[in-house]
Write a protein that binds this ligand. Structure first.
Ligand code: SAH
Length: 523
């Protein structure tokens, strides 16, 4: 390591990273690479929180707020000072900023402070909302038939300021397309200035709010009408104003808001680990997915029993895994104890079904016994046939689980030890939010992929009576994966509106899309 590198290491480095306009898929590869290695992340209101999933769990996250018009969580000076402090402390800091850091992002102001303090930095451009908002509203900001120039303008200036930096007289007709940031509050002033300086009142204008997110909202008018259109639609910041003939192309190109599930707010109720397939598919069609995982899988608080059994695995006759999670959490604990699969050498191993067996093979172990019937009863019968009298059987499993298997084995003369390795816990704090959303009529559909998701959902909703449940769920469509899940829904007094012919996630999504296309309610 040369001297300059070691000096910069000890002083840390600040990476100003453009977060893109909102859609988490629009982050650059460089940005993702840096987030994955960050020790500290300082992020803004406009940077999508979903990007934080790239950050290591050990990283320190600092939200510095800044909401147009509202309270500033931190002043620019405080942010500058914080970055310098973190840099001097030797940290690898990602300063995540909405859109591109150098387009109305005050990126340069932060860098000037870093330069003054001698702290190394790097800047990673981002997809600016200026182009993304237009693109996601179906507007190409240039088109050789309509315009040869674009101007990016801030609309934030105080209209009462005597000396303006913005030459509205020149801009009004000087550039074909105008993209105006932070201009919603000043929209009447801006449109008046443009018309006063010769831009036709008939010039098409679009306003796009929360572009490239499921909340995107866009409206269209002319210089003469847009103020009223925006007022009627109740559009608030953050939004961009796009002025110019290119706005006309929207009627042909608008692709994002025309997707069949755009604007639909769909609840997905699965455990965190499993929800992603369904969410990804629904999002492809434009749905706004609200993930209410009804169960979280967590390690148990006390590993005493398991640790004791691991220490004497050589005297165990059968080790039984009744779920995929049991395998995962068992081996996680083994690793924490500094051990590996060799500790299992003495015991025979049984699994409840094929999927659990496949999971086990990931650790280099092939199960000695997989029952023909993949249930607790099936497994117990197969073991009893193999002979369990006076055998020591260890079952690592969930803290709370069905007791059929251990009971049947004990009755057949086995010594059964249940060792909790993981627990199912309801996620905290989400219950109230779900009830509020339902009560406000803000949910279009709820999806269920198993009977237990129905039961857990009902527990979360926690209706005081069947009548209250009906009220909360009025107007909410229900989609289920198959007939068994549907039966559980019907038994709770609710109705199923969508069910696929084949019981798979992709088929369920297709059925949902078909449902909205059929009802003509698709976006
Ligand atoms: N550096 C950012 C702009 C920051 S200024 C960029 O390159 O995009 C903040 C303004 O950007 C907002 O007031 C709004 O006008 C615009 N903006 C940012 N993200 C937006 C989004 N997703 N949809 C619409 N406008 C957005």
């Amino acid at each position: 390591m040369n001297t300059s590198e070691s000096t910069s290491r000890s002083r840390g480095k600040i990476y100003l990273v453009g977060a893109g306009p909102g859609d988490p898929g629009l982050l650059t590869l460089r940005g993702k690479y840096l987030l994955e290695r960050a020790e500290v992340v300082v992020y803004d209101y406009l940077a999508n929180k979903k990007l934080l999933q790239h950050v290591p769990a050990s990283a320190h996250l600092i939200y510095v707020g800044k909401k147009g018009g509202g309270m500033h969580a931190f002043s620019q000076e405080e942010i500058n000072r914080m970055l310098v402090e973190q840099g001097l402390a030797g940290k690898m800091v990602v300063r995540l900023k909405g859109g591109d850091p150098f387009i109305f992002g005050r990126g340069a102001e932060e860098i000037e402070e870093l330069v003054a303090a001698g702290i190394p930095f790097e800047v990673v451009p981002g997809v600016t909302s200026a182009t993304a908002a237009a693109t996601y509203a179906g507007i190409p900001i240039t088109h050789r038939r309509y315009t040869a120039s674009v101007a990016f303008i801030t609309g934030h200036e105080d209209p009462t300021k005597l000396e303006s930096n913005i030459h509205w007289d020149k801009l009004a007709t000087g550039a074909g397309t105008l993209v105006i940031f932070m201009g919603i509050k000043n929209l009447p002033f801006i449109t008046a200035k443009l018309m006063e300086h010769g831009r036709s009142p008939d010039t098409p204008v679009a306003v796009v709010r929360w572009a490239s997110t499921p909340e995107q909202q866009s409206v269209e008018g002319t210089l003469a009408t847009i103020t009223e259109v925006v007022r009627e639609a109740g559009i608030k910041p953050p939004a961009l104003i796009i002025v110019g003939e290119v706005v006309k192309l929207r009627s042909t190109i608008d692709w994002y808001e025309r997707r069949p599930l755009f604007g639909k707010r769909i609840v997905v109720t699965r455990t965190r680990e499993q929800a992603s397939d369904l969410v990804a598919l629904l999002e492809e069609y434009g749905a706004n997915c609200l993930e209410y995982s009804t169960i979280n899988i967590e390690p148990v608080d006390d590993y005493q029993i398991l640790d004791r059994e691991i220490a004497r695995l050589s005297s165990c006759d059968w080790l039984i895994f009744t779920s995929l999670n049991a395998v995962t959490y068992f081996f996680r604990r083994l690793r924490e104890l500094g051990l590996d699969a060799r500790s299992l050498a003495g015991a025979r191993i049984a699994v409840v079904g094929r999927a659990t067996g496949v999971e086990l093979q990931r650790y280099g172990i092939t199960a000695d016994l997989v029952p023909e019937k993949f249930t607790g009863e099936g497994l117990a019968e197969a073991l009893i046939t193999a002979g369990v009298d006076k055998k020591r059987i260890v079952i690592p499993r969930a803290l709370v689980a069905r007791d059929v298997l251990p009971e049947m084995l004990t009755e057949a003369g086995a010594e059964v030890i249940i060792a909790p390795v993981y627990q199912n816990v309801p996620p905290k704090g989400r219950k109230e939010q779900l009830r509020e959303e339902l009560a406000a009529g803000a949910i279009d559909m709820v999806t269920f992929t198993s009977s237990s998701t129905v039961t857990n959902f009902l527990t979360m909703v926690d209706a005081a009576s069947p009548v209250e449940l009906q009220q909360l769920m009025a107007g909410v469509e229900i989609a289920t994966i198959g007939p068994i899940t549907a039966k559980t829904v019907v038994e709770s007094g609710l109705q199923v509106g969508v069910q696929p012919e084949h019981y798979t996630i992709p088929d369920m999504v297709q059925a949902i899309v078909a449902h909205y296309c059929r009802t003509g309610d698709g976006a």
